[in-house]
Design a protein around this ligand. Structure first.
Ligand SMILES: [Zn+2]
Length: 118
């Protein structure tokens, strides 16, 4: 369906996604609060990420051809990006991330607290 008159000055500013695959992140809220883990998948469109060892859910599997026994399988479930933060190993806490853009356009992230490159 077409929406007439869309646009205007209310453009949403998308929060820059600082978290990438293989980052170590700190869980800010939820059941696994305080845990750290490695990101192994990011879903930018959903604003979620899969983090190793974080947000485990038990799935009850029905008996199937692939899984003739059925039973319970533990699996990571995606966690909202707003609930995780990049972790700074030298500060031992979630980093306050700053961004540097190098002359060649490469972006680097650093911890504002200790200036460690993340
Ligand atoms: Zn730091």
């Amino acid at each position: 369906m077409m929406v007439p008159g869309r646009g205007g000055n209310k453009a949403k500013v998308k929060k820059m996604n600082k978290i990438k695959k293989n980052d170590t992140v700190y869980v800010l809220s939820g059941r696994d609060r305080g845990k750290t883990g490695r990101v192994f998948r990011v879903f930018p469109s959903k604003g979620k990420a899969l983090v190793e060892g974080v947000n485990y859910v038990k799935k009850h599997m029905r008996k199937s051809q692939a899984n003739p026994q059925g039973g319970i399988v533990q699996k990571e479930s995606a966690i909202a990006l707003s609930n995780i933060a990049l972790y700074c190993k030298s500060c031992n806490k979630p980093a306050r991330v700053g961004m540097n853009i190098l002359t060649d356009g490469t972006k680097t992230r650093f911890c504002k607290r200790c200036e460690e490159v993340l």
